[in-house]
Design a protein around this ligand. Structure first.
Ligand code: CU
Length: 124
């Protein structure tokens, strides 16, 4: 059984790489080609998850409807130019920590044809 431990190690390493790649996909690059997704994964590794956040200003908070209107800069992961639009809140609790006029950093993704804010942080 010489060499068996090495094989096991190699298998573990490929599983780890696959898991990282799938995590990048789940984060919102599913519409991009694989090369771009892999580049973005490499950038995330270098600069941290902050690199993926987009900037915006809260225009309106609709807690009853679970929506937030944001005047946003370019959303690189969605290929969207700057505009003002409504997003669905991925988590209703997000809407408790912001108000119109707040500068935010956020992450949006397309889920079932709707744009959803999956992460929301106050910007200073
Ligand atoms: Cu938009």
């Amino acid at each position: 059984m010489k060499g068996h431990p090495v094989k096991t190690l190699l298998a573990a390493v490929s599983v780890a790489s696959l898991t990282l790649f799938n995590a990048a996909h789940a984060a919102g690059e599913h519409d991009m080609n694989h090369g771009a997704a892999m580049n973005q994964g490499a950038q995330m590794h270098a600069a941290g998850a902050q690199a993926m956040l987009s900037e915006g200003t809260v225009k309106k908070v609709d807690k009853a409807g679970g929506k937030i209107t944001i005047s946003h800069g370019p959303l690189e992961n969605l290929g969207m130019p700057p505009m003002t639009m409504a997003f669905r809140a991925g988590d209703p609790a997000m809407l408790d920590k912001v108000k119109p006029g707040d500068r935010i950093r956020f992450l949006a993704d397309r889920v079932d044809g709707m744009f959803v804010v999956t992460r929301l942080d106050a910007a200073n």
